[in-house]
Design a protein around this ligand. Structure first.
Ligand SMILES: CN(C)C(=N)NCCC[C@H](N)C(=O)O
Length: 258
């Protein structure tokens, strides 16, 4: 079963937070259209779409990835590092409880954004969870996440993250576990022995759709070619309006498996 959580952009999207980039005007109508195309791409790749109830007062709520970390049957509801984003978690919790997930929560003083959490399940079933320690996620949040995930056999590794908003703004993983990133934005590429540098910043962001297919942004054409030369099939979507808000393809969904 391949299900994916998404959350529709709200009317105040253009007021979303920006931290590491200059603010530029967001075309909300175009953003709505791009979101529909993003969802259509997931649907056409065989994913069932589950919509989290909109949070209209929260400009950044469309970046649903930041509200939860899901592993197996457990949903760890995050405690976003930005106060403006804290109310976003209630809708995600309701959706996942409704789907039968066990719920755990990151509690104060911990903060954790899902965008700081990169998971990889190896061929032998071992799960490694790298967590960015930076602007939005603190040590207490990582400690709590590690405690929630330990019974599921996951090893949590802390990764200092200073150059970008979230760990997954810097790196993500291909289906075979190769970690990809745009080197100038990665604090320490040596964290991952099999690190693959990519030539464009948005090329660092992939959503794994299956063992041979990734979803990525149209704004990284040279990285797309690199991935295709490695034998991957690429589904590309234009998310320019979300990139203006420091978003990327991963932030707009949460994949649920099994
Ligand atoms: C991996 N990334 C980047 C994410 N999961 N989230 C992006 C959130 C962007 C939002 N404007 C903010 O500043 O919170």
């Amino acid at each position: 079963m391949k299900r994916v959580l998404v959350r529709r952009p709200g009317p105040h999207l253009a007021d979303g937070l920006v931290t590491h980039i200059e603010r530029s005007p967001v075309d909300v109508d175009l953003a709505r259209h791009q979101w529909e195309r993003y969802v259509a791409a997931l649907l056409s790749e065989g994913w069932e779409i589950i919509e989290v109830e909109p949070a209209e007062d929260c400009p950044d709520a469309v970046f649903v990835e930041d509200t939860v970390v899901v592993l197996g049957d457990l949903a760890v509801i995050s405690r976003p590092g930005a106060d403006e984003r804290k109310p976003e978690t209630a809708g995600t919790e309701a959706a996942l409880a409704g789907l039968g997930y066990r719920i755990a929560r990151i509690e104060a003083p911990g903060t954790l954004d899902g965008g700081d959490v990169l998971k990889h399940v190896g061929p032998d079933g071992t799960t490694t969870v790298w967590v960015g320690l930076g602007g939005r996620t603190n040590a207490a949040g990582i400690e709590q996440l590690a405690a929630h995930l330990a019974p599921l056999g996951a090893e949590v590794v802390t990764v200092p993250t200073t150059r970008v908003l979230h760990l997954k703004s810097a790196v993500t993983a291909l289906p075979d576990g190769t970690v990809v990133g745009h080197e100038p934005l990665v604090d320490d590429p040596a964290t991952w022995p099999d690190f693959l540098p990519v030539p464009e910043e948005p090329g660092a962001h992939v959503v794994v759709l299956d063992d041979t297919t990734v979803l990525m942004s149209t704004s990284a054409p040279r990285t797309r070619e690199l991935f295709e030369r490695r034998g991957l099939r690429v589904v590309a979507v234009d998310i320019s309006e979300y990139e203006k808000l420091e978003g990327c393809v991963t932030c707009l969904s949460v994949r649920l498996r099994g």
